[in-house]
Design a protein around this ligand. Structure first.
Ligand SMILES: [Zn+2]
Ligand SMILES: [Zn+2]
Length: 172
């Protein structure tokens, strides 16, 4: 799916953003067809929304983006479309604690996220750490992990330092 991301990036880097849109749409259409899926406007636009975002979007955010271009769309259609794209492996889903699932284009490399519960910062975590956990679970418990896009919640370094700073100041 890398060419999709590339097409999306090209779209963003050009001075006239809409002029590159046909390239992205063609890349998406080709990708859908190569997987034996019909390139319906809903599917193309949901993938284009995620390509345009370069990150995660909730279903309601996807809906807003798509509705600007295809006004008859509704949230049920967005969810149904996402289900199809998830099943095809084109889209991946995770819970970043926003009260709803977040969706993202499946990238070349698997990644996970660290989500700060104080400031909401979301950082990427390499799959290597989770890969060793996956191997251990398979070896020790015979458990085959199918989670591909994980979010771990906690407190980021900046927030910890800020809290320590406040604590230090209070003790003086
Ligand atoms: Zn992600
Ligand atoms: Zn933080």
């Amino acid at each position: 799916l890398n060419h999709l991301n590339q097409a999306a990036r090209m779209t963003q880097h050009t001075s006239a953003p809409t002029s590159r849109a046909p390239d992205l749409h063609r890349a998406i259409t080709d990708r859908l067809r190569s997987l034996g899926l019909r390139a319906t406007p809903q599917r193309v636009l949901v993938l284009a929304a995620l390509g345009d975002a370069h990150g995660h979007l909730r279903a309601d955010e996807i809906m807003r983006w798509v509705a600007e271009r295809y006004p008859t769309v509704n949230l049920a259609t967005i969810y149904r479309t996402l289900d199809t794209l998830l099943a095809a492996g084109l889209v991946t889903q995770t819970d970043l604690g926003a009260g709803a699932a977040s969706f993202e284009l499946t990238g070349e490399t698997r990644h996970h996220h660290l989500v700060c519960e104080r400031c909401g910062a979301v950082t990427e975590m390499d799959d290597a750490l989770v890969a060793s956990l996956r191997e251990r679970l398979l070896c020790d418990a015979g458990f085959r992990v199918s989670t591909t896009h994980l979010a771990l919640f906690g407190i980021c370094r900046a927030c910890q330092e800020r809290e320590h700073g406040l604590l230090g100041a209070a003790q003086e």
